[in-house]
Design a binder for this molecule. Sequence first.
Ligand SMILES: [Zn+2]
Length: 222
Amino acid sequence: MPSSTVENYLKAIWSLQGPVDDGELVLIGQVAEKLSVTPGTATTMMNQLEKKGLVEYRPRRGVRLKEEGRKAAMQVLRRHRLIETFLVEVMKLDWAEVHEDAEVLEHVVSDRLLRRMDEMLHHPTHDPHGAPIPSSDGELRQDGTAVLADCQPGRYLLKRVREDQPAFLQWLSELQLLPGTEFVLSAINSMAGTLSLQLGGQDVPVQISTPASRSLLVVKVN
Ligand SMILES: [Zn+2]
C-alpha cells in the first residue's frame, strides 16, 4: 500500500488534472500549492513517483498520472467517499464535519473494514455531498452535472456540493439547500454578483453569491 504522502500527491494531481484525462500536464507549482509544500519538495516527490511508475514527469513541463497512478488515486477517493458516507449514515455525524476525519481515515482503514462499510451502506453510489463514489475496480462515473454559476434561469436539482469547508456546508444546511433539493434559479443579478434561488415552501428567494454558486453542481429539471 502506498504511503499516505504518496496517496495525497496522487489525489492532488488527479484533482488538478480533472476527471477526464486529456493528456495535459499539471504544473508542479500547482501541485505544491495544493499540498502546501515548496516546489522543491514536490519535485523530489515527482522523481520518486516516476520511479514507481505512477506518473509521467517531465522536468520543467509538468506531470500527469499513469494508469497505475490513476488507479491508486481512485482507491483513495473511494475510501474517502465511503468513509464520509459511513460517518454520516451510520455514525450520524453532520455532513459538514466529516471531511477532515475522512482525510485522515482514508489512509488507515483496511480493505476488510472498507468492504464491511460498503456492505453496511448497501453499496452506495454517492457520498453525502453528492459526489460519485468510484467502484472497487476504480471506475468513476460522470454524473452529467453543470456548475450553477454557468446556468440560465430555470428549474434545477442540486446534485452535488463541491466544497469541503464546514462553515460553507453549514450555511447550505441553514438555507435547506442540500443535495437532492429542487429549486428555481429565478434571477441572475450580474451587477450585484448574486443569484436568486426560489426554494419550495419559502416565500422569499435565497440570495447566493456567484463564487458560492461555483461550488454547486446541478442538473436541469423539466
Ligand atoms: Zn471529503
